[in-house]
Ligand binder design. Structure first.
Ligand code: ADP
Ligand code: MG
Length: 252
C-alpha cells in the first residue's frame, strides 16, 4: 500500500500549555517498501505512528493510504508495539489467535492461515508452550505473527527490538525484516538506532529535535537487494551511517 504523509503538524494541549511535537512533516512510503524513521528521543516519532495508526488526529495535514485519508483506526494497518505484549496465561497458539478472536473472526480459514504462519516461521512446535518458554527472538516472531494474523497491508513498528540485548537484536531485526519482505508488506519502523535503520530499510527519514521536522530522506538504492546482516560493515553502510550521524546532531 502506498502511504502519503502530507504536511503533518501536531500540537498537544496539556495542562502546562502547548507541546509542539511535529511540524510540517512530509514524506511518502512506496507500496511494499520498508521505511525507517530515526530521530532523537522526544522528537515525535511515536506521535507520528499514532497518527498513521489513526489513533491521534494531526493538528494539520493528512495521511493517505492508497489515496484514502486516514480518519481512525483501520484493519489495513497493523501495529507492533515496543514490548511484545504476549499474555503469559495464554499458549502461543491462543496468543497469535487473539486478534481474530477479539474481532470475532476466529474461523477455520483464519486458524489455517495462522497455523501456516507458525509452521513457516518455526513456531508450530511451540504452539502449546507459554511465552516465557520462548527465547526473545521467538517471542518477537510470535508478536509479528499475531499482527500478521489480521492480514494488514501496512505494519507499523515502534522500537520493537529495544528490549532485546545487542546480539539478539541483530539476529531478530534481520529475521523480522526478512518475514516482512517475504509477505510483501509495507512497513514503517521507528527506531533511534541508525544501524538498525540502515540494515533493514529502503528509505530512511531523519527527524530533527522536537518539534520533529524532516531533516533528510535517504534512499538506500546502493543497498537494495542486500540482506540486513550483509549490509552491516559494508563501505556503503558506513557512509550512510556517518551522514545520518551528522544529521542527527547527537549531543552528549
Ligand atoms: P518520541 O517517540 O520521538 O520519543 P513522542 O512522539 O513520544 O516522541 O513525543 C513527542 C513530544 O510530544 C514529547 O515532548 C512528548 O512529551 C509529547 N507528547 C507525547 N504525547 C503527548 C500527549 N498525549 N500529551 C502531551 N504531550 C505529549
Ligand atoms: Mg517513542
Amino acid at each position: 500500500m502506498h502511504i502519503e504523509i502530507d504536511h503533518i503538524s501536531m500540537t498537544y494541549q496539556s495542562p502546562d500549555g502547548e507541546v509542539e511535537a511535529l511540524r510540517d512533516v512530509c514524506f511518502s512510503v512506496e507500496d511494499r517498501s520498508f521505511v525507517s524513521i530515526v530521530g532523537p528521543s522526544g522528537c515525535g516519532k511515536s506521535t507520528l505512528l499514532s497518527i498513521l495508526a489513526g489513533l491521534e488526529h494531526p493538528t494539520e495535514g493528512e495521511v493517505r493510504v492508497d489515496g484514502v485519508p486516514i480518519r481512525g483506526p483501520t484493519e489495513k494497518i497493523g501495529f507492533m508495539p515496543q514490548r511484545d505484549q504476549l499474555f503469559e496465561w495464554r499458549s502461543i497458539w491462543r496468543n497469535v489467535l487473539l486478534g481474530p478472536e477479539v474481532r470475532g473472526d476466529n474461523t477455520k480459514e483464519r486458524r489455517e492461515m495462522v497455523r501456516t504462519l507458525l509452521s513457516d516461521y518455526a513456531l508450530y512446535a511451540f504452539r502449546d508452550s507459554s511465552p516465557s518458554q520462548l527465547s526473545g527472538g521467538m517471542r518477537q516472531r510470535c508478536a509479528l505473527i499475531r499482527t500478521l494474523a489480521l492480514e494488514p497491508g501496512v505494519l507499523l513498528l515502534d522500537e520493537p527490538f529495544s528490549a532485546l540485548d545487542y546480539q539478539t537484536r541483530l539476529a531478530v531485526s534481520a529475521d523480522i525484516a526478512r518475514i516482512i519482505r517475504q509477505k510483501g508488506k509495507t512497513a514503517i519502523l521507528v527506531t533511534h538506532d541508525i544501524s538498525e535503520a540502515i540494515s533493514m530499510s529502503d528509505r530512511i527519514v531523519v527527524l530533527s529535535h522536537r518539534p520533529g521536522t524532516v531533516r533528510a530522506v535517504h534512499d538506500l538504492t546502493e543497498l537494495h537487494g542486500i540482506g540486513p546482516m550483509e549490509r552491516r560493515g559494508s563501505p556503503a553502510f558506513q557512509k550512510r551511517f556517518n551522514q545520518i550521524w551528522e544529521e542527527l546532531d547527537v549531543n552528549v
